[in-house]
Design a protein around this ligand. Structure first.
Ligand SMILES: Nc1ncnc2c1ncn2[C@@H]1O[C@H](COP(=O)(O)OP(=O)(O)OP(=O)(O)O)[C@@H](O)[C@H]1O
Length: 265
């Protein structure tokens, strides 16, 4: 399954907040969408998911125009992982993951034994099988985020859209969620993942393809190591940034040294 957007214009009603946006997502691929606050990342994701109508351009899943697909057909193709928030009601973790089966079985159908098996396997694939019977509302932010990723897995959609999946996670949980994301779209998985992040180091660590957005436009696209140059990073975030290599050869983004104060130890 392949998602392709060409010269997409996005926005709300008559208010355009982005235009000329082109992107593609296919199997075994991780794409990181980077861009400053308010540049239109969430609006783009909502449009890709068919939740907001596009204002112009083309958007297709394989060769089918998304505008002509039902909600259920889109959900069979693209799973959405929103940011994890605590719900006001108690839900058992397994129930939350079973919600991912709704796109397959219909809203009112009872989940079958097979649906339960798939949901349980999705939890196991993320290393959180032991949480199945716990109250979702009482989990930590990192655990909740992993449950939402398990729900997307149980949906068995070949494409997954994740909106800032590591926002509000502590350092350890951020690394563990990132690690799971990397394994979701590993070679041969057949799965494609697009995620937004405010951390360019994540794109480098995932060796992802990067889409860089600014003020509603794509300003760069390509492998993270090529796209994330000091000049481009500074352009995206509006502050002087540099990229350095660690002793082990990894690239990391750092603030560029500007004044003598920054070099004092
Ligand atoms: N429902 C809405 N109606 C009208 N304008 C909206 C609506 N939601 C968001 N916007 C505007 O669209 C622009 C892009 O917002 P969007 O949430 O897509 O940005 P973002 O890149 O995801 O930002 P962030 O990184 O802060 O999450 C902003 O100017 C925002 O105010």
């Amino acid at each position: 399954m392949r998602l392709a957007a060409t010269d997409l214009a996005i926005g709300y009603g008559r208010e355009r907040i982005g235009a000329d946006l082109s992107l593609a997502l296919g199997p075994d691929e991780i794409v990181c969408l980077l861009g400053p606050n308010g540049c239109g990342k969430t609006t783009l994701f909502k449009t890709l998911l068919g939740l907001l109508p596009r204002l112009d351009g083309a958007l297709a899943l394989d060769d089918t125009d998304i505008a002509r697909m039902s909600r259920q057909d889109i959900a069979r193709a693209i799973a959405y992982v929103p940011q994890a928030h605590a719900p006001p009601f108690p839900f058992e973790v397994l129930e939350v993951v079973l919600m991912g089966r709704t796109a397959r079985i219909g809203t009112f159908a009872q989940p079958s034994a097979r649906d339960r098996t798939i949901a349980t396997e999705a939890l196991a694939a993320l290393g959180i099988a032991d949480l199945a019977g716990r109250d979702y509302a009482r989990l930590s932010g990192g655990q909740r985020q992993l449950v939402l990723i398990a729900r997307a897995l149980a949906q068995e959609a070949p494409l997954i859209v994740m909106d800032e999946p590591t926002a509000s996670l502590d350092f350890g949980n951020r690394l563990s969620v990132l690690d799971r994301i990397a394994s979701l779209a590993r070679a041969g998985s057949g799965r494609g993942v697009i995620l937004s992040t405010h951390d360019p180091d994540q794109a480098l660590a995932l060796q992802a393809r990067v889409l860089a957005m600014s003020a509603g436009r794509m300003i760069a696209e390509g492998p993270a190591a090529d796209v994330l140059t000091p000049a481009r990073l500074s352009e995206i975030y509006g502050v002087p940034l540099t990229v350095e290599r660690t002793a082990s050869g990894r690239r990391v983004c750092l603030p560029a040294v500007q004044s003598s104060a920054a070099t004092m130890t």
